[in-house]
Design a binder for this molecule. Structure first.
Ligand SMILES: [Zn+2]
Length: 373
């Protein structure tokens, strides 16, 4: 059960090299794509693993040519099936050009799917209709409740892309000022969807979402650690989430910290001391390749295995779903074998723990039964 990933783009055979490379890097700089992504462990891994599937040389040119000759719908489905994923929890709020919509994705992708609400995208869409911040926050609460009633299984915040993740109880006057500026920028542009900004406002929104999630009994996913360069990694440590985890007011809240790397040790610590903390290593595996596998071993040194979740953070191309799934399972198998060799776990226990991390923990966290896919 992949508890955090994004939609695929519509099937297309033909891809430019940089489009393909962009799937295996978080850079936004075309020079990095052009000159440096081919010199990464993950890109070499991708080429080496895809070559036998396409029956070609492990080179970018050979793979892109073979890809173009294949029936895109058929091989995309084949790659997704090879990933052996049973259920996708999708964040549809992050969509590149040509991303499939919810219904289209359900029809095209042969894996069961549920949705997670992307908080900031939802909230940004409601700014235009609400003059006062309080009314806007009420509208966000209503929209989150409706989405969960409509089948969404969680809420995700990308606060780290809008402000520091070092959460502070916000000063309401400052938050109102942020909101006024947002509305002003919107008026100057003649309407549309603004980009949320201002720490007090962004943090107010996170605390409101946390309250709603606790009330609805769904987890709040929080983007932490590595991501695209429009976040400040120095401000993205999960340690900043302490007010959500340690405060009695959020006693019922469960927080799923996504990605975490290179702060995975900090996240493992939070999981070891706070009942509501859960984590994953999505994106770190696959992007950090061998270091992602090391991170898995480090996490299992401190994080209870009942709190570690499996996710790929894959998006766009089926190749990423497959390679991320393979690398993640291998890293997990390696880390659990390590625990078995140290005689911390018996081998049959290690296998049970593996299943728990791949699906059982997330099923419990999201309240999903076996019949949900
Ligand atoms: Zn993501």
């Amino acid at each position: 059960m992949d508890h955090h990933c994004h939609p695929l783009r519509r099937w297309s055979g033909r891809l430019e090299p940089n489009e393909f490379r962009a799937c295996f890097s978080e850079t936004l700089d075309p020079r990095v794509l052009e000159e440096h992504v081919p010199n990464t462990a993950i890109y070499r891994t991708v080429l080496r693993r895809l070559a036998p599937i396409f029956g070609c040389q492990p080179s970018e040119a050979a793979i892109l040519t073979a890809r173009q000759m294949a029936d895109p719908a058929r091989y995309s489905r084949e790659l997704l099936e090879r990933s052996r994923t049973g259920l996708l929890l999708l964040d549809h709020g992050y969509t590149g050009p040509d991303a499939m919509g919810v219904e289209e994705h359900r029809a095209a992708v042969p894996i069961a799917q549920r949705e997670v609400v992307r908080l900031e995208t939802l909230a940004e869409g409601l700014v235009e209709g609400h003059r006062r911040m309080e009314d806007w926050l009420d509208a966000v609460r209503v929209a989150v409740r409706e989405a969960v009633r409509g089948g969404a299984v969680g809420v995700k915040t990308i606060c780290a892309y809008r402000a520091s993740l070092r959460l502070r109880w916000p000063d309401q006057r400052a938050a109102r000022e942020n909101y006024g500026m947002l509305r002003g920028a919107l008026r100057a542009r003649g309407g549309g969807r603004p980009r949320l900004g201002g720490e007090p406002l962004c943090h107010t929104l996170v605390f409101v979402a946390a309250e709603e999630c606790a009330g609805l009994g769904v987890p709040l996913q929080v983007h932490c650690g590595l991501g695209a360069t429009d976040e400040d990694l120095a401000e993205s440590s999960p340690l900043g989430l302490r007010p959500l985890l340690a405060d009695e007011r959020h006693r019922e809240l469960r927080v799923a910290m996504l990605h975490c790397y290179p702060y995975h040790r900090e996240a493992a610590y939070l999981c070891s001391v706070y009942a509501g903390a859960y984590m994953d290593l999505s994106l770190a595996i696959p992007l950090a390749t061998t270091d992602g596998a090391r991170a898995m071993r480090e996490v299992l040194g401190l994080c209870p295995w009942s709190k570690l979740l499996y996710a790929t953070d894959a998006s766009r191309l089926p190749e990423m779903y497959l390679v991320a799934a393979q690398l993640h399972r291998e890293a997990l198998a390696d880390a659990l074998c390590g625990l078995a060799e140290e005689r911390i776990l018996a081998f049959d226990e290690a296998e049970r723990v593996g299943r728990q991390i791949l699906a059982g923990n997330a099923r419990r966290l999201y309240g999903l039964g076996a019949s949900d896919g």
